[in-house]
Design a protein around this ligand. Sequence first.
Ligand code: EPZ
Length: 420
Amino acid sequence: MDQIRIRGGRPLSGEIAISGAKNAALPLMAAALLTERRLVLSNVPQLADIHTMASLLGQHGLAVEKLAEGGRVLSLGGAVTSTEAPYDIVRKMRASVLVLGPLLARTGQARVSLPGGCAIGTRPVDMHLKGLEQMGAEIQLEAGYINARVRGRLRGASILLPVPSVGATENLLMAACLADGQTAIANAAREPEIGDLAACLRAMGARIEGVGSERLVVEGVSRLGGAEHAIIPDRIETGTYACAAAITGGTVRLRGGRLGHLGALARTLAEAGVEITEEGDALLVRRLNGLHGADVMTEPYPGFPTDMQAQFMALMAVAEGAAMVTETIFENRFMHVPELNRMGARINVHGASAIVRGVRSLSGAPVMATDLRASVSLVLAALAARGETVVSRVYHLDRGYERVEEKLAGCGAEIARSHD
Ligand code: EPZ
């Protein structure tokens, strides 16, 4: 298994190219199931999760071709020959459940393994299922699988999501595009990745209104065509490297980063003493003087993203004063806390909140984490720590950060990957 070794204490300086957004790419790839024509996606990030989605689509019968740059441009298309998403693939990546809506809408049936819980929480998919049932699907849970079928086409429906779930919004939006009549999704999630999915679906011929608002209205069409679509830059990768610049007291240009996609994160970083300015197609990030403690609470977009909570906590670990970090989206997303504390941080968890008391410096240590964002928060802490940190279980990082060690080394970090 790979490890990443980091010797901390160097301010980062230079430019980092932001990759396409993983969480936009995954639903966009699933959208290829909605048409027999070709969907060509560019700016596809080179990540383990993308390969998992490509093999799942391949198993459904789609041809997945790499058109350029080792897979940065992907062509997807063809007949659906299997409507089963097997446990062996779904257990590797929960986002596999995004094939459910498209398969059902296109073929009238789907058999998808239930994703089960994961390291950050129980993460049920009840809202996905209930919404599809409202659209006329018959759904049974049996032997760990979701068995779904519909006689004829799905029907338009008026759906109210109890909370703005990103995945449920995406699954229902895709299904609604091929349903008979109008579907309204109220309390829909508003993440930029949903806007990107809607833009691509529209290019394929879907009729969607209300994009960017909490109410999406879709007029179903009988078929969708092909399209070419460039995936938006990854706002979480952008935020992560902004924290890397800030925690090391450096200055970094994030090429492709979009300020308009950062939501409350930009405001919170400013409050903590980190300046972000737009410079052409890039964001320039630098720490002004000292870092100050700033309280945050995770919320659906445009609130502070749960996917930035661990990285922001690493930053707060070395800020002046205290910060209260409250996690409202997932019930078990503080696994980075004990590892950060092993590096000298002073963090106490009380229920859904963590009190972070800033310390002068952290010290390197062997660490590991159980999920993607927790792992990268340890990389950030290591960049600021005295001495060497060895981060193991690097496969978590590879699920969501493309060439993390190359990008950081390009800005002067002392970082290298090695085999255990
Ligand atoms: C997406 O997960 C992201 N994944 C997650 O990214 C992200 O943390 C999350 O949204 C929140 O922003 C992808 O886009 C592939 P949700 P998703 O449905 O869609 C509850 C990362 O590190 N819920 O918005 O699974 C759920 O348990 C990650 O890249 C139900 O109760 O998240 C959670 O508490 C991990 N029933 C809340 O809603 C449901 O049917 C929000 O989850 C669906 C969700």
